[in-house]
Write a protein that binds this ligand. Structure first.
Ligand SMILES: C[S@@+](CC[C@H](N)C(=O)[O-])C[C@H]1O[C@@H](n2cnc3c(N)ncnc32)[C@H](O)[C@@H]1O
Length: 225
């Protein structure tokens, strides 16, 4: 298979893939071998965002939103897809939560006067092409106040639990072949960064960085310099 550049065209495919997957998305949180890790992460989130005004990127169906927002002052959960947002909207969420459509690649259309002193993204980092990560982090950081708390959660690759890696492209991105219920198969970019990869990329922009390594997930928390 030819190596494709991880271009904005792939971003459009990813958006469409998650729109189509929305009704079945939360099955990924029912995997028995991941339950202990999920409880650990859910328990860790409220304290990280206590009293903060938080911007959530790519919130999807809002699985993490009630946990992160439990003690937050304000929480703006954003996603590009109305299909995933509709599911999030159907849930009982803390009173501080608002939901909005926003494209994570542009982060436009957010309230101009809103100052965020924290950001959260679950399972977004792994979908950002390696070549776009530095600029994307700059884009996110530009929306945040100095000292803001930034938290990412994402997958560890686990043989037998994770979807196998089908190929690696010329830029070093990994790609999976993912089936949906209608029989369609979608090629999705999914990287599995190490602690060193992530911290090296952030460099001096991340202070007080903490990397939590669980069997199936990692969590990175830092203060924006
Ligand atoms: C792996 S899911 C993560 C959902 C949620 N954060 C979670 O952890 O359950 C990726 C999400 O990214 C959203 N998405 C895809 N492209 C996007 C974009 N350009 N801007 C914002 N969200 C996007 C999808 O709709 C989907 O909800």
């Amino acid at each position: 298979m030819a190596a494709e550049p991880a271009s904005p065209a792939n971003a459009a495919e990813m958006r469409a893939y998650y729109a189509q997957r929305a009704p079945a998305y939360e099955r990924v949180y029912a995997k028995p071998e991941r339950q202990a890790d999920l409880r650990t992460l859910e328990a860790a989130l409220p304290g990280l965002f206590a009293g903060r005004c938080v911007l959530e990127i790519a919130c999807g169906t809002g699985w993490w939103t009630p946990h992160g927002a439990a003690r937050a002052a304000a929480w703006l959960a954003t996603d590009i897809n109305p299909e995933t947002l509709a599911i999030a909207r159907s849930k009982a969420l803390p009173a501080c939560v608002r939901l909005a459509e926003a494209d994570a690649w542009a982060l436009e259309g957010l309230p101009d006067d809103e100052r965020f002193d924290a950001a959260f993204a679950g399972f977004w980092w792994s979908h950002v092409p390696l070549a776009r990560l530095p600029a994307w982090l700059d884009l996110l950081h530009a929306r945040l106040a100095p000292g803001a708390r930034v938290v990412f959660i994402d997958n560890v690759y686990v043989e037998g639990s994770s979807t196998p890696i089908a190929r690696r492209d010329a830029e070093g991105n990994q790609w999976q072949q993912r089936p949906l219920d209608d029989g369609s198969v979608h090629e999705v970019l999914k990287n599995f960064p190490s602690r060193e990869d992530a911290l090296q990329l952030l460099g001096s922009r991340a202070l007080d960085a903490t990397w939590t390594a669980l069997p199936h997930y990692w969590m990175l928390s830092y203060a924006l310099a």
